[in-house]
Design a binder for this molecule. Structure first.
Ligand SMILES: NC(=O)c1ccc[n+]([C@@H]2O[C@H](COP(=O)([O-])OP(=O)(O)OC[C@H]3O[C@@H](n4cnc5c(N)ncnc54)[C@H](OP(=O)(O)O)[C@@H]3O)[C@@H](O)[C@H]2O)c1
Length: 265
């Protein structure tokens, strides 16, 4: 990816987090082209040397990797708009839009270029995205190149396309579930004596620590829980009270409800 040019088409919430993550990782700003209709909202990127334009075809012509970061309903019209300037010998297309299939992308682009679907999350902004990827039969080299791009903004996992909707729920929506959990913990922390700022600091680092325990030790959450639950102690008393109130059940039901909703869309 080192000298490749990337065009981020539709640089809104997610597109910006990717742009920020790549730039923070040392990606050459001069090799990045960012588009949206309201280019004023991207002036901080042009200040850093990113090429900013509202003309998608102009961005695509310059790029080796084209990242479609627009809303799902904008994907087809934009592909129709840029299809004549796509170069299947040189370019790779990556679509981040929820629910748009590889078949649809092939059909709408009318091109034989390698196509990837990627599902990052907004933690890309701080280079901690969990990104799931699938493709329409790319070569190992093309896969390596796209994986290395998303590795810059976090961790990347290759999955089958039929798991892409599940990946959206667990990884992309997952950010919101975890943040709502953190908010609840902060509210509890305030009730037991901390001001909001201190409670937020404690909860954030505790959350990070718990994640790192699982990531670095490769253990199951319950075995780490066993280490902090003294018999008759305050931790198990609190945990059991949460379960009586439906804690795990609420989370699982929420995830399944989100999944059913995405399947219906
Ligand atoms: N947010 C997430 O956590 C997340 C995670 C994974 C995947 N996704 C997917 O990522 C995509 C983008 O989501 P988002 O939350 O970033 O949406 P968003 O903030 O609305 O960003 C989309 C951007 O596209 C621009 N746009 C619209 N029409 C355009 C056009 N014709 N040419 C160029 N730019 C155009 C819009 O800016 P202007 O109005 O200025 O043009 C807007 O800023 C969605 O398909 C979503 O399914 C999101």
């Amino acid at each position: 990816m080192k000298d490749k040019k990337i065009a981020i088409i539709g640089c809104g919430n997610l597109g910006l987090t990717i742009a920020h993550g790549l730039l923070d990782d040392g990606f050459n700003a001069g090799n990045m082209i960012a588009t949206r209709r309201n280019t004023k909202a991207l002036s901080h990127l042009s200040d850093k040397g990113v090429v900013v334009t509202s003309i998608n075809t102009e961005a695509v012509e310059q790029a080796d990797v084209i990242v479609l970061a627009v809303k799902p309903y904008n994907v087809k019209p934009i592909l129709i708009e840029i299809k004549d300037v796509l170069d299947s010998n040189r370019q790779t297309l990556v679509c981040l839009a929820t629910g748009i299939t590889l078949n649809e992308l092939e059909e709408w682009s009318g091109s034989t270029l390698p196509i990837f679907r990627a599902m990052p999350n907004t933690a890309a902004d701080v280079n901690e995205s969990m990104t799931m990827i699938c493709d329409n039969g790319a070569t190992d080299e093309q896969r390596k190149s796209i994986t290395s791009l998303f590795d810059k903004i976090g961790t990347t996992l290759y999955i089958d396309e039929n798991l892409m909707e599940a990946a959206t729920i667990l990884g992309a929506c997952g950010i919101a579930y975890v943040l709502r959990f953190m908010r609840a913990m902060i509210q509890g922390g305030i009730e037991v004596g901390f001001d909001a700022k201190t409670a937020t600091a404690i909860v954030s680092q505790t959350m990070k620590g718990a994640s790192e325990l699982i990531i670095q030790n490769g253990t199951h959450p319950e075995s780490e829980i066993d280490k902090v639950t003294t018999p008759k102690g305050c931790t198990i008393t609190g945990l059991n009270e949460m379960e009586h109130a439906g804690f795990s059940s609420a989370l699982i039901k929420g995830i399944v409800a989100s999944y059913k909703k995405i399947e219906r869309q």
